[in-house]
Each structure stands twice: as structure tokens, then as C-alpha cells.
Design a protein around this ligand. Structure first.
Ligand SMILES: *Cc1c(COP(=O)(O)O)cnc(C)c1O
Length: 431
């Protein structure tokens, strides 16, 4: 299988696509075609485990670049937690993607990417650079922690992540270094870009980026769409997925699953007030905007990076998008009342991102006469957003042991002003 940049100027293999992340022409890597799974796979789906599904799907994308034994081992390590489809009401299920080590769905993609980078880099020393506004950094840190030969540098904005998020970034030690930047997330991202494109640093080190554009984060996110079917096929109803979306990696992975043959009835791309994609589906014009701050902050994205991949899948034709996707945007007030409603009526606690997905299903069912089962992707444990959830529900949220463990550890970070030369010197001198 070849991998081709969305801007068509570069063609390579999966190994290079994963180690580079971004293509030289500025595009994102896509498989040259979406592989098909055979009817036997689908007939057998309810009998397969999450790990077996992961292996079959990954194999299609990775081909001969890795042996079956090595791939199985990696998949078993990455998917060592549950992803249950939990019933909220008769027709709504929550696919809980938050049972991994940092309790957000980014664990799935980041852990797979870390294992694949480590496998393909063959022990050659490498520096991974990640700018984060919160969740990505901790999932990346957790994925790479203890991996031989790989040093991870996480750049995060001082005072702009939650106390728990900060602990999840700064308490690893070992091969994970937290750089606390006295600026905004945009400053961190700009510094990361400067590092990755600096000639001198690139001569000295093998550098790579761990942000969401890497194809190795996308592939594993398609596994759980199949896994949801494996769990819910017995209901014998069409399945609609509602995906709380920011950079649209999660949704794009779902589109991969559908193109591989999974009979998804429809997708709902649910967003907060950052509504470039819902607006695009409405008007046919894509207009990137500065991001707005909301209570579902992992989706505060004004120019979703994976839109380019979606354009590629749908030939940049809005009418093609509409065949598979509806997209709706919701305010913080609507999100809060959905959290209250679901708690009161069904006794289930949604985090703000899952609540946006719930609203998407409600809106879809108002507009459509189909009798369907709605699956919302619950992307974070409510305790990750404890301040918001407690404030909205007026009840205490129990912090799981896994998160509490971070709170007990000591923060270690190196502080920097927004100064590229200072960060660069640190990277050169730090061994
Ligand atoms: C990153 C994130 C999202 C958005 O996922 P995309 O793939 O960027 O669309 C949603 N919810 C949570 C909790 C996240 O961390």
C-alpha cells in the first residue's frame, strides 16, 4: 500500500508516512485507496474481540511492512483496556473510549502511534515534539513513556491547562520532558513548528511531530467503530454514530471504517460553537476562523486539520459529504442542559464533549424518520473535566484512582519565555 499526500506531490510507504507525520508539500498522508474487508469478516464480527478486529483492520493498512507477530503484539499492548458500548436509553448507547491510561480517547491513537514509531525507527534515537493544549500531550506522554531511544518534549502553555491536566503532563520523568511556555497554545504550536523545521536541529537529531495529523493516530481510531457493531449488531437496527469533533480525526477514522465496508447508516459530526464544518455542509463554503473558547475545549478548533483528508475522501464535493454526514453545532448552554437532562432522566454522567455528541443524536432524530440506534462517542471521562461537570450537575464527581495517582506525584517542568533560541539551546544541551 502506498501513502500519498492530500496535496498529491509526495508518495511514500507507511514507514516514512508515520516517521514524518506531515508530507513535504504540507499535505497529510492518505492510503492510496481504502482497503475492503471481506464478507466473512463481517459475518464473523460479533464473535471477534477488540484486539482481533484491531489486528485485521491494521493489517490492511500496514501490509507487509510489519510481521503478523509483531503487529499482534503491538495491538494487544495498545488495546489493553475496555471500550464498552453502554446503554443510556432504549435507542442511545455511549461508546466509552476513556478507559485508557489518561482517560481520554486520544490514548487509542497516541499509543498506537508511539509503538509504530518505535518499531519503525529501529532503535535509532529520535526526538518527538508535541505542542498541547491539554489532552493530547498526556496521551502522547503515556504512549511513549519508557520507549527506548525516544525522547519526548511536550510544550504546554503556562497557567492555561487545568491542574489535573498539568499533572498529567509534568509527572512522568524519564524520557518525557515538560516545557512550560509562558505564552498561549498558539505560541507553543509555533515554537514546535520552528523546532521541527530548524536546519541545525534537524542535522543533529531525528525530529518528528506527534500531533493529530499523523496517519498512525487515525488508523487505530477506526477499530472501535467495528467494535461498536460487534457489540450492537444483535439489536438489528441501523446504527448512527455521533462524533464530537474538533480536528475531525475521530470522524475521518469512522469514514475509513464505512469505506472498508462497515454498514454505518449515518454519521453526525457534532461540534461546539466552532462550526466551520456544519457551516460548510450548509453553504458549501469552507471558511477557517479563529477558535472560540468553550466548555468542550478539546474541540475548540477553528481550522480542523483533517478536513483536508475528508475532502480527499469525498472529492471535495459537498453533496458527497452530505450522503454520509450531517453536522450540527451547539452552544455551551445547550451542552450544559444536555448534561443535566441525561443525568436526571437516565442516571448517566456525560462529559461536555459526550454531551455535544448526545445533542447531535437528538437533533438527527428530530429530522429523520429512521428507526435507528444512536451511538455517541464518549471521548473523555467526566472526571477529566471535574470543575465543569460539578458546576453543571451540582453534585460531586468521584475522581478515579487512575487520575488521582497523577495528582499525588510531583510536577517537574522547565520554564521558558516564548523564545525559540532558548528552547533550541535547551534541546542541544540537554542529554
Ligand atoms: C481531541 C478530542 C476531541 C476531538 O477529536 P477530533 O479527532 O480532534 O475531532 C473530542 N473530545 C475529546 C475529549 C478530545 O480530547
Amino acid at each position: 500500500m502506498k501513502y500519498i499526500s492530500t496535496r498529491q506531490q509526495e508518495e511514500t510507504n507507511i514507514k516514512t508516512a508515520i516517521l514524518k507525520g506531515l508530507a513535504d508539500d504540507g499535505g497529510l498522508f492518505m492510503p492510496e485507496y481504502i482497503p475492503q474487508l471481506d464478507s466473512e469478516f463481517f459475518e464473523n464480527l460479533p464473535n471477534l474481540s477488540l484486539q482481533e478486529i484491531g489486528f485485521r483492520v491494521a493489517k490492511e493498512f500496514l501490509g507487509e511492512s510489519i510481521s503478523d507477530d509483531n503487529l499482534k503484539e503491538i495491538i494487544d499492548e495498545v488495546l489493553n483496556f475496555e471500550i464498552p458500548a453502554v446503554k443510556i436509553s432504549d435507542n442511545i448507547y455511549s461508546l466509552e473510549l476513556f478507559h485508557g491510561p489518561t482517560m481520554a480517547f486520544k490514548d487509542v491513537g497516541a499509543r498506537f502511534m508511539a509503538r509504530m514509531m518505535s518499531y519503525f525507527s529501529e532503535g535509532k534515537p529520535m526526538k518527538v515534539i508535541a505542542a498541547t493544549s491539554g489532552d493530547t500531550g498526556s496521551a502522547v506522554a503515556s504512549g511513549f513513556f519508557g520507549v527506548q531511544g525516544i525522547e519526548v518534549y511536550i510544550l504546554y502553555p503556562k497557567g492555561k491547562v487545568s491542574p489535573l491536566q498539568e499533572k498529567q503532563l509534568t509527572t512522568w520523568g524519564g524520557n518525557i520532558k515538560a516545557l512550560e511556555i509562558d505564552g498561549t497554545f498558539d505560541d507553543c504550536q509555533a515554537l514546535a513548528k520552528q523546532i521541527l523545521s530548524d536546519e541545525e536541529l534537524n542535522q543533529k537529531f531525528t525530529l518528528t511531530s506527534a500531533n493529530s495529523i499523523n496517519i498512525a493516530r487515525l488508523i487505530p481510531q477506526s477499530y472501535y467503530y467495528f467494535w461498536a457493531f460487534a457489540q450492537l449488531q444483535k439489536l438489528e437496527k441501523p446504527i448512527v454514530f455521533s462524533v464530537p469533533s474538533g480536528n475531525f480525526g475521530n470522524l475521518t477514522a469512522g469514514l475509513f471504517a464505512k469505506k472498508m465496508g462497515l454498514p454505518v447508516h449515518h454519521f453526525v459530526a457534532s461540534t461546539n460553537e466552532n462550526d466551520v464544518v456544519p457551516k460548510f455542509l450548509e453553504t458549501g463554503n469552507y471558511e477557517a476562523k479563529p477558535s472560540k473558547q468553550t466548555i468542550s475545549n478539546a474541540m475548540d478548533v477553528g481550522n480542523p486539520s483533517n478536513f483536508e483528508r475528508m475532502g480527499n475522501l469525498f472529492n471535495n464535493d459537498v453533496s458527497e459529504f452530505k450522503k454520509d454526514i450531517e453536522s450540527y453545532s451547539f452552544s455551551d448552554e445547550e451542552t450544559k442542559s444536555a448534561m443535566r437532562e441525561v443525568r436526571k432522566e437516565f442516571g448517566y454522567t456525560l462529559d461536555p464533549h459526550g454531551a455535544v455528541a448526545y445533542l447531535g443524536l437528538e437533533k438527527y432524530s428530530e429530522k429523520s424518520n429512521d428507526d435507528f440506534v444512536g451511538v455517541l462517542l464518549e471521548t473523555a471521562h467526566p472526571a477529566k473535566f471535574v470543575e465543569v461537570v460539578e458546576n453543571v450537575l451540582k453534585e460531586e464527581v468521584t475522581i478515579p484512582e487512575k487520575l488521582e495517582a497523577f495528582n499525588k506525584k510531583e510536577k517537574k517542568s522547565v520554564e521558558f519565555p516564548v523564545d525559540f533560541e532558548a528552547v533550541k539551546n535547551y534541546l542541544i544541551e540537554e542529554k
